[in-house]
Design a protein around this ligand. Sequence first.
Ligand SMILES: *Cc1c(COP(=O)(O)O)cnc(C)c1O
Length: 481
Amino acid sequence: MNRSETIFDKSSPGKIGIGLPKIKTDVSRYIPGKFLRKTSPILPEITESEVVRHYISLSNKNYHIDKGLYPLGSCTMKYNPKINERLAGLDGFSNLHPYQPESTVQGALRLMYELGALLAELSGMDEVTLQPAAGAHGEFTSLLMIRAYHTKNGNPREIVVFPDSAHGTNPASAAMAGYKPLQIKSDGRGMVDLSVLKEAMSDKVAAFMLTNPNTLGLFDTNILKIAEIVHSVGAQFYMDGANLNAIVGRVKPGENGFDIIHFNLHKTFSAPHGGGGPGAGGLGYKEHLSPFAPIPIIAKKNEQYYFDDNRPDSIGKVHTFYGNFANLVRGYVYIRQLGLEGLRAVSENAVINANYIKEKLRNYYEIPYDHPCMHEFVLSGNRQKAFGIRTLDMAKRLMDYGFHPPTVYFPLIVGEAMMIETTETESKEELDRFIEAMIKISEESEKKPDIVKSAPHNTPVGRLDEGKAARELVVKWSPRK
Ligand SMILES: *Cc1c(COP(=O)(O)O)cnc(C)c1O
């Protein structure tokens, strides 16, 4: 395998990409001697056009949402409208300093205040904090709030319950907040088993965490009964809001009985998150939890916006300053741009797209929990396993057809799982191309298994050792010998 040329490999002495004026002052007068360089830094010498071509070519080697469909179930990898970037980049937003006085950042505070109000309205909650940096951080923050709430009532309680279809962050957040995570088995339909839930509930349970629709793409039809069971022992009902894209503008989780929910602005509200972030993960909660929310809360009095720090029972801060502000701008623009009508169309089209693909793939792949789905669905690669093909092989083969693989081996309750979510932003033609590739791969698995097992063949690099990059991380450049 050829190592790609780095920008240093393209360097040669004397090439210049940018002209800087000569410095007339002797800077060593201002910088203490111990901080002055003894040798020149190693920098590539390269022309401007070579720089541009180098990075464009790198971005083309990578796969990204601006290049093609990204059907990662549970992740909601939707197209990021370019107007979001334009507005997040406005001088008045991008050049703020977090220590500026409130009076000089009224516009930014107003944006956060209004975004909070919009999210509260959409989720049916009483108040919103925008501090958490992502979904998992929102879970952790929520559980700290729930702990503070129970403590105030005399006992922090011990256990946090979640179903076996939950995202791994749920038990992890519970453990980090000092709770014992307790997993319960779903019923045959992949939903919460009411009798199992009842059995798990006691006055030791601090909260029940539920993703709805769940990671199988199914909306729990017993949601109101579940809320009743959870509340009957005084526990809090937490919604993992990662799948909000399926119901946004149509269902208010607050009206389903949830006490608190996290938002993933980078999933539902289109802030980019390919490559791991940064995201933004606000929280919506009911009034009884509001005294414990992280400070400051953005408040408004006499037409002035300000940071409200006056919450004696607050869990404190969970993020430097107020959260990932640029992503808050993106989420705000997205919501304002679409309006309620537009958001309702988002969830409708996301659901229709998922059901369309599921039906088209029905004859080729096993569908373990076979109900009309919401925004995503889960296939099993069990049929192809009979030919010695694993889901991992098929995921790699999809890259040869120009698609990012779906989420694989999750949720854990489905063997050889492939979790597919194309979102609302893909056209029918693009969905058809994806379906065609999936059908082709299922045929190849039977007739030409070797080509699937050794995939990918058309990508800049072939099959990689899955663990090597994590175990032998090399981030430092060194000159080629
Ligand atoms: C993405 C996701 C999370 C975690 O959210 P992050 O923003 O990635 O931290 C939690 N639960 C589910 C179901 C998810 O899909």
